[in-house]
Design a protein around this ligand. Structure first.
Ligand SMILES: Nc1ncnc2c1ncn2[C@@H]1O[C@H](COP(=O)(O)OP(=O)(O)OP(=O)(O)O)[C@@H](O)[C@H]1O
Ligand SMILES: [Mg+2]
Length: 317
């Protein structure tokens, strides 16, 4: 079990390449290009290597939309967590939680619009994302499982307290809640794989990571504002936001500003990325671009879902 949770955050990935049967089944770039005459996809359309996490990137893996998804998630999580050198107990807890979240994608399987089990399905199947992120007081390993159902079976998000003591099912999220010390949640997002980015949600948990397991690239203050802004631009373009992106640098390259869309602007300056969300400004270390990109995608999805854009308050003036 973990100590009590940090403040729950609604958050979320960067890869290399190993296309295989899973890639073809899930509609990686090669499969899509062949079937649909679509152009070769960006990097996100290919699974990455688990060791990318220890280098500060996001390990993204398409999960099968059948009962084998849990065992694939267990293998993938173990590989990523082991590459970071995490303690065995922590790895074991993480494997159990990844397994539960992956198994739960079966609840979302019959989403009519994007039935990943349909013959020739090319987008919208479950995905696993694992990466390091900064969460206020320290670094943690975030594990997210994507499915293409924006809502929940049963109409509302389940609570761990929903389960009655002698129930035979409905225990998976209770296990996740217990093993993560409450450090789990869900948010809207869109898929990484496939030739178009399918709207859906992720359910995630996070585990604390000791500083020594965090790569120097993330811990150090060596990231320049301009390179953080360029990385964010690249990541958001891959998630389908390319058309609205506008990046500007000041003359001395001490500040880089990335406009994503109306109401969402990322200021990379000094040692941080700052941007306005509903609760006020969010601040991240410059190297925490994986997390910033995922939060921006989540906020855009919420706005597309009808939530009003955050308006600048007096802080801005
Ligand atoms: N990814 C998901 N998409 C849609 N609904 C979900 C998802 N995950 C969970 N649910 C809903 O939340 C309920 C509780 O999930 P939980 O994992 O705790 O129990 P379970 O999957 O029903 O049973 P168990 O995990 O014990 O085998 C599910 O029964 C389902 O209705
Ligand atoms: Mg379950």
């Amino acid at each position: 079990m973990l100590p009590s949770p940090l403040a729950a955050s609604q958050t979320a990935p960067e890869p290399s390449a190993i296309p295989d049967a899973a890639d073809r089944r899930r509609g990686g770039s090669a499969a899509l290009g062949a079937r649909r005459g679509a152009p070769e996809g960006p990097d996100d359309a290919r699974p990455s290597d688990p060791s990318v996490v220890a280098a500060g990137g996001c390990y993204a893996w398409p999960l099968p939309a059948d009962a084998t998804c849990a065992s694939e998630a267990r293998t993938a999580f173990r590989a990523a967590a082991t590459s970071l050198g995490l303690a065995r107990d922590l790895v074991h807890d993480g494997v159990t939680m990844a397994s539960e979240l992956a198994a739960n994608t079966l609840h979302a399987r019959d989403n009519i619009q994007f039935d990943a089990t349909a013959p020739g399905a090319v987008a919208g199947g479950p995905e696993l994302w694992i990466y390091l992120r900064w969460a206020g007081g320290g670094w943690e390993l975030a594990c997210k499982v994507f499915d293409s159902m924006r809502g929940w079976r049963g109409g509302r998000a389940p609570q761990p307290t929903d389960t009655v003591p002698d129930a035979l099912s409905g225990r998976g999220l209770q296990v996740v809640d217990g093993l993560s010390g409450g450090r789990w949640g869900h948010h809207l997002t869109r898929s990484r794989f496939g030739c178009w980015k399918v709207p859906g949600k992720v359910v995630w948990f996070a585990l604390p990571v000791p500083d020594e397991a965090v790569p120097a690239r993330l811990r150090g203050a060596g990231t320049a504002p301009a390179s953080a802004a360029r990385a964010l631009e690249r990541m958001l373009a891959r998630r389908g936001f390319g058309e609205g992106l506008l990046r500007v640098e000041d003359h001395g390259a001490t500040m880089s500003v990335l406009s994503v869309r109306y109401g969402i602007t990322l200021w990379c300056q000094g040692a941080e990325v700052r941007w306005l969300a509903w609760e006020g400004y969010r601040h991240h270390p410059l190297a925490d671009v994986e997390e910033v990109a995922k939060q921006v995608v989540a906020v855009c999805e919420e706005i597309d879902d009808g939530r009003p854009v955050a308006e600048p308050g007096p802080l801005f003036e």
